[in-house]
Write a protein that binds this ligand. Sequence first.
Ligand SMILES: CCCCC/C=C/C(=O)SCCNC(=O)CCNC(=O)[C@H](O)C(C)(C)COP(=O)(O)OP(=O)(O)OC[C@H]1O[C@@H](n2cnc3c(N)ncnc32)[C@H](O)[C@@H]1OP(=O)(O)O
Length: 398
Amino acid sequence: MSEIVRRIVRRWYHPSLLRSSGQYTWSPALQLHTSGTAMSVTQKDFENAMNQVKLLKKDPGNEVKLKLYALYKQATEGPCNIPKPGAFDFVNKAKWDAWNGLGSLPKETARQNYVDLVSSLSGPSSESSSQVKPGADSKQEGYENLLVTSEDRITKILLNRPTKKNAITTQMYHEIMLALKAASQDDSVLTVLTGSGDYYCSGNDLTNFTDIPPGGVEEKAKNSSFLLRDFVNCFIDFPKPLVAVVNGPAVGISVTILGLFDIVYASDRATFHTPFSHLGQSPEGCSSYTFPKIMGSSKAAEMLIFGKKLTAGEACAQGLVTQVFPDSTFQKEVWTRLKAYSKLPPNAMRISKEIIRKNEKEKLHAVNAEECNVLLSRWQSDECMNAVVNFLSRKAKL
Ligand SMILES: CCCCC/C=C/C(=O)SCCNC(=O)CCNC(=O)[C@H](O)C(C)(C)COP(=O)(O)OP(=O)(O)OC[C@H]1O[C@@H](n2cnc3c(N)ncnc32)[C@H](O)[C@@H]1OP(=O)(O)O
């Protein structure tokens, strides 16, 4: 977050502004009692979470405050429904961006995400811990754009960059690898990857391509190729059952690695898009091997060569997705199911996964290495550079 936004949010947090009761004023606790819109079973949790926010000992930081604000508005009022403030109305613009960034995220999901976020902020030593239900999330520190929590023997890795549709930055690749390594060694039995906000993930952050090292584009491409190889290897080698909870649209690498997961649950809002040719790139995440195997070569070609976007239903029919759930009950149904699975004997699950995957591992590593090698030259091609420039100059979107 830029210094200007930091200053803005600091000012915006000043108590005198809270009293000014403008439309954008940050005051979730006050608004709770007047809104009355969140009536589902999670209303109580939602109220508790808002109380916990008031009791936080440590300032959670401006970025988190913006996320809390946006989730609160989305949970109580739905998608952003107010005009975009002018460019110089910095305070309201920052808040509008955060809220608007949640897109059409359903109220129920926003409520759930709000509760999750607050719960992750309220460590066991916080004053509010007495209000946290037993077994509530314990947050793992050290991640900037992930929220990693453990509860009910499930480690959840939440991509937490909703205003950028959870696009994966270079730092996030490293953070995800670290989180997977930690999850492989902790006492959880299942690991879940999911997204915050209205998207699951919009794939590789295209601004990664703008950070060119002294060795130029070639060095950049080499570094990216190594990074990608290591990243995908972590998924190939992950020893515990790995579940993707695809809460919204998925793009690029977030789709291709799904072939390396054990279960993929999707909201009916989710879509699956691998526009590699549009981007002058080529498949990764072992999808050049797993997709034809999962769905047959012609369906795989439609996705990987022609960039056909699949609905959740189509992805399920083609075997990429395990089951689709209505968005309104997605979180509830999926987490109930996963909690039940997490009670199964962990060693049996681990060994079953090992025996299912074992014969493929060597092949997957070879495919991964080859895909990264092909991308090494793709990333230096004019086709790829033009596609990135077009996106960055806002000439092209998917
Ligand atoms: C080193 C490893 C390399 C691995 C190789 C991986 C390959 C891939 O993953 S290829 C796929 C790359 N992804 C894309 O091409 C998606 C690009 N994004 C879009 O086309 C659109 O943003 C969208 C369709 C995903 C969403 O459109 P919309 O709902 O209209 O929302 P906005 O475009 O306004 O997005 C909000 C905000 O987020 C930024 N953003 C979204 N996706 C990305 C991204 N992939 N990279 C960088 N930034 C992204 C977008 O720019 C907006 O930012 P602001 O303008 O600052 O608000």
